[in-house]
Design a protein around this ligand. Sequence first.
Ligand SMILES: C[S@@+](CC[C@H](N)C(=O)[O-])C[C@H]1O[C@@H](n2cnc3c(N)ncnc32)[C@H](O)[C@@H]1O
Length: 255
Amino acid sequence: MAWSEADAARNRELWTQTNADYTAGSAPAAWAREEMGWGIWQLPESQLRVFEGIDLEGLAVVELGCGTAYFSAWLAKRGAHPVGVDVTPAQLETARAMQEQFRLEFPLLEANAEETGLPDQSFDLALSEYGASIWCDPYRWIPEAARLLRPGGHLVFLRNSTLVILCSEDEVPAVERLVNPQFGMHRFEWPDGGVEFHLAHGEWIRLLREHGFEVEALHELQAPQDAQTHEAYDYVTADWGRKWPAEEIWRARKR
Ligand SMILES: C[S@@+](CC[C@H](N)C(=O)[O-])C[C@H]1O[C@@H](n2cnc3c(N)ncnc32)[C@H](O)[C@@H]1O
């Protein structure tokens, strides 16, 4: 079995369990949100303006690692035409149940986001909110996103910051010193059983440019003054997140 297939199978197992433990239960509230919030501290899109200048009406969107598809649903409510791609059937089942509950339908595809099988140049926006952006190998999913996008299309993805990964040891919140080497960073196996992928910023820029992208923005997210450490996403404390960016959103445009 190729590495990526083994990693996808392992992550599917993790997300089947996470769906049972958490995401199936939290999906209705996520689908009901009027304002999209980014990341652990739910920073509102109206404040960050990640999609500024992108007309969502009629936009063909592929969400790579869509999970329960609340982000795609938010875009669909604003006139976009999303297709959600995910490798975990349980997550897609929850997404389908939400589509029925909220009477909002769009295609959902069970596939590895590194190799979706969708047609070339068929989307205006490729999006990943903690989907392919951390669970897929960037050397596979970035070329796939480039293939799926039309010239001029956008790529937007939210991931853990490189800095928080450098400060993360096993099973404790991020510490205030560097514990992982930056050079050579790529594939991480955490004790919870998942496989994640993280690159240094220079390598992200090199990879994006190699596949025809121009970087338009890098939003580094700061925890608000009144933020509390998240119950489920406690790999970083709110105090840490007030001092350093724990999460970041990249926006790039295909030439
Ligand atoms: C944090 S969730 C994404 C959240 C999503 N934005 C939502 O609206 O629910 C991460 C998702 O990535 C998916 N995933 C992990 N590896 C994947 C792969 N190789 N291809 C596609 N999806 C993958 C998991 O199944 C999981 O549903």
